[in-house]
Ligand binder design. Structure first.
Ligand code: CAA
Length: 261
């Protein structure tokens, strides 16, 4: 496959793409070249018909310690605003229609926490540390943290975390629902993410895409419009071949052979 300076990319299980952030000397700080590579790698997986789900992880010590502070230090307002600084960070939430499972070990701080929250499912290792420490640098979250953390854990908790810069432990992340699950070892965390991705990749890719789309709509729409949207997509899937494949296989007590159509 393609090689990158700041990423390791592989496909360890059928239908599963794995992207590992690999900038160890800076604890995977998210410099612009890393983000550009990450977008390129995820776009490749989005276009690759053999891939059904993607796992994003870092190292045992750090998922990502945030935006690259050394790169940001001398930015001015006009350069940041004029060049849409970090606008490219959230590209993945629009172009990536395949599920992204984020396996977090070690630090997921600032932009690292924000990147994790752009994923669809977070699995946390025992020493995962989440937080938005921007207040300690004299600034605020800039990659969506104030919005996504608040939706994930509620206003009072998010306000406390963002205003104090205090960290969220793995245990707390699990209890608060920021992480879907917490695991005993870093390896178990990545393995579980890969297994979940493999399971997702084994289903109809049409239905998987629709699942992600409707759940994400819940973050944008009120309940009435959200349920209406879900119903439209649900009805629409009666036009897919895989609806017939899946329901016929159930009735015949057979394993469905998805057509992804
Ligand atoms: N940017 C650039 N470099 C970073 C970095 C970052 N966010 N985080 C760590 N590094 C670098 C360190 O400078 C250090 O490099 P050198 O060896 O060249 O000195 C190397 O990574 C190792 O880090 P430490 O020596 O600090 O490791 P530690 O174990 O003592 O501490 C840490 C780990 C608590 C995560 C600490 O590195 C830290 O506090 N990092 C910054 C965390 C942070 O503030 N993140 C938010 C950034 S702002 C942001 O993300 C804005 C946004 O919302 C978009």
């Amino acid at each position: 496959g393609k090689t990158y300076e700041h990423l390791l990319v592989s496909s360890p299980k059928p239908g599963v793409g794995l992207v590992q952030l690999n900038r160890p000397k800076a604890l995977n700080a998210l410099c612009t070249p890393l983000i550009l590579e990450l977008n390129a790698a995820l776009r490749n997986y989005q276009a690759d018909k053999s891939i059904g789900a993607i796992v994003l992880t870092g190292s045992e010590r750090a998922f990502a310690a945030g935006a690259d502070i050394k790169e940001m230090k001398d930015l001015t307002f006009s350069t940041a605003y004029g060049n849409d600084f970090i606008e490219n960070w959230s590209e993945l939430v629009t172009f990536l229609k395949k599920p992204l499972i984020v396996a977090v070990n070690g630090y997921a701080l600032g932009g690292g926490c924000e990147l994790a929250m752009m994923g669809d499912i977070i699995y946390a290792g025992p020493k995962a540390v989440f937080g938005q420490p921007e207040i300690k640098l004299g600034t605020i979250p800039g990659g969506g943290g104030s919005q996504r953390l608040t939706r994930a854990i509620g206003k009072s908790r998010a306000m406390e975390i963002i205003l104090t810069g205090d960290n969220i432990s793995a245990k707390q992340a699990g209890e608060w629902g920021l992480a879907a699950k917490v695991f005993d070892t870093p390896e178990a965390t990545v393995d579980a993410a890969l297994s979940t991705a493999e399971k997702i990749a084994s289903y109809s890719q049409i239905a998987v895409k629709a699942c992600k789309e409707v759940v994400n709509k819940s973050q944008e729409l009120g309940i009435r419009d959200g349920v209406d949207f879900e119903r439209r997509i649900f009805h629409g899937l009666f036009g897919s071949k895989d609806q017939t494949v899946g329901m016929t296989a159930f009735a015949d007590k057979k394993k469905p052979e998805w057509m992804n159509e």
